[in-house]
Ligand binder design. Structure first.
Ligand SMILES: NC(=O)c1ccc[n+]([C@@H]2O[C@H](COP(=O)([O-])OP(=O)(O)OC[C@H]3O[C@@H](n4cnc5c(N)ncnc54)[C@H](OP(=O)(O)O)[C@@H]3O)[C@@H](O)[C@H]2O)c1
Length: 250
């Protein structure tokens, strides 16, 4: 795709979000780099701009309806449309906790950041996505949040327990399918993608039963294999769940 394109990436202060901004900007996309802390967004945007990219820092806590509305208004007045939305922001705060021991506040927080926020963001930005010539929405999911892996004893992921995170990412996959269905006729694609196990703050977490193993992928490698869905493929599929270029089960 060529590039007077406008992208918004959530949770881009660090990790995969920041790297997504860097790689999109390197391709000539105008990137709105959002973070819940504006100072962090400024710092991250400097890193992107150091590589020559066009990058604007903005404040967005995805759980804040007022900030979502403000970002939609800002995009409307500055650009009149949105071409790429990457719902990347997430928390994982219940690793190794059994469902019966889950704290209600933790459950609600994971659902808010990982599901309700991205859902309401897509809804708020859908008028702007509709004005794009082929908008792409990418929701960052996880195979740990693949429904089939939850209690399948043959799955290598069956012992990765983080119920609030898992439930929130399964709900996010539902959002992918629902918005894909609504927006398909307008040429807007909506997909979920698991990046694999990536060396970020989240990917550094000690995963149960992984011993001393470390994440095998860098953010640079992980983002490089995501871009086909938002930039490279002229007619990408929609309403699907992907990892490493392959479709995977919900
Ligand atoms: N790393 C992996 O192995 C892996 C595997 C599967 C899926 N994923 C998914 O990939 C995505 C990125 O993960 P990552 O590894 O880059 O995670 P990370 O390093 O922990 O970064 C998470 C980002 O989300 C932001 N964030 C948290 N709460 C937010 C909120 N309420 N509003 C806006 N931003 C918020 C954080 O901002 P602050 O700096 O303000 O905290 C941070 O920028 C996530 O959706 C994750 O579930 C990652």
């Amino acid at each position: 795709m060529t590039n007077d394109r406008i992208a918004l990436v959530t949770g881009a202060s660090r990790g995969l979000g920041l790297e997504m901004c860097r790689q999109l900007a390197a391709r000539g996309v105008t990137v709105l780099l959002s973070a819940r802390d504006l100072a962090s967004a400024h710092k991250a945007a400097e890193i992107v701009r150091a590589d020559g990219g066009d990058c604007r820092p903005i404040a967005l806590d995805v759980t804040d309806a007022g900030q979502i509305a403000a970002v939609a208004a800002e995009l409307d007045s500055s650009y009149g449309r949105l071409d790429v939305l990457v719902n990347n922001a997430a928390i994982l705060t219940d690793l190794g906790v059994q469902p019966s021991a889950t704290d209600e506040a933790v459950l609600r927080a994971n659902l808010d950041v990982n599901f309700v926020g991205p859902f309401m963001l897509i809804a708020a930005l859908s008028p702007l996505l509709r004005r794009s010539d082929g908008a792409r929405v990418l929701n960052l999911g996880t195979q740990v949040g693949s429904f089939g892996n939850l209690d399948d004893t043959r799955s290598p992921l069956v012992d990765d327990i983080c119920p609030a995170y898992q439930a929130s990412k399964i709900a996010l996959n539902a959002a992918t399918a629902l918005f894909a269905k609504e927006l398909r006729q307008e040429g807007i694609t909506v997909n979920s993608l698991c990046p694999g196990w990536v060396m970020t703050d989240m990917g550094h977490e000690d995963l149960p039963d992984y011993g001393d193993a470390v994440a095998p992928m860098s953010p640079t490698e992980a983002v490089a294999q995501m871009l086909w869905l938002v930039e490279d493929e002229p007619s990408p599929p929609t309403g699907r769940f992907w990892s490493q270029g392959e479709e995977i089960p919900w």
